[in-house]
Design a binder for this molecule. Structure first.
Ligand SMILES: Nc1nc2c([nH]c(=O)n2[C@H]2C[C@H](O)[C@@H](COP(=O)(O)OP(=O)(O)OP(=O)(O)O)O2)c(=O)[nH]1
Ligand SMILES: [Mg+2]
Length: 135
């Protein structure tokens, strides 16, 4: 099965992270996500991240650091999630596609239901919070 390459953004501010609820009709719908989307042909993952975050949240990501890469097979789709974190962005994130959004304390992230592939992302974020002052 071909793999979908996805750029995912962990947008951090004051120990909170911005999450959005996937629409019911989307793959892995009705679950929370970190904003992002598919990397297009000819694009780097970082370029895709900046484009998707601009399209979905109307903010400009100035710089981002790689956090973790995850491959996951959902059975109907196989994904490679290239996850970045950024606290260097300009603007106030507002969902541009009618999606429900929320700033969540990093320590409370486990209370939200994410797609299965995200378990490792949430662990990585919480570990990062515990071991560095990066956030
Ligand atoms: N954006 C995002 N996608 C995720 C996460 N976790 C996870 O398994 N995925 C999966 C679900 C989808 O199969 C794929 C990303 O799809 P997407 O719907 O965001 O892609 P997109 O923005 O380009 O939108 P479209 O082409 O479907 O309109 O990655 C996550 O935290 N954020
Ligand atoms: Mg998307």
């Amino acid at each position: 099965m071909s793999q979908i390459h996805v750029a995912v953004g962990v947008i951090v501010q004051k120990q909170q992270v911005f999450i959005a609820l996937r629409k019911p009709e989307q793959h892995q719908g009705n679950l929370w996500e970190f904003p992002g989307g598919k990397v297009e042909a000819g694009e780097s993952a970082l370029q895709a991240l900046k484009r998707e975050i601009k399209e979905e949240l109307a903010i400009d990501v100035h710089s981002a650091e790689p956090l973790i890469s995850i491959t996951h097979d959902y059975g109907d789709k196989s994904v490679l999630l290239d996850v970045w974190w950024s606290n260097a962005f300009e603007g106030t994130p507002i969902g541009q596609e009618g999606q429900i959004t929320k700033w969540v304390d990093i320590s409370a992230l486990h209370q939200y239901e994410f797609p299965a592939a995200n378990k490792a992302i949430v662990e990585s974020i919480q570990q990062q919070l515990n071991t560095t002052q990066a956030f």
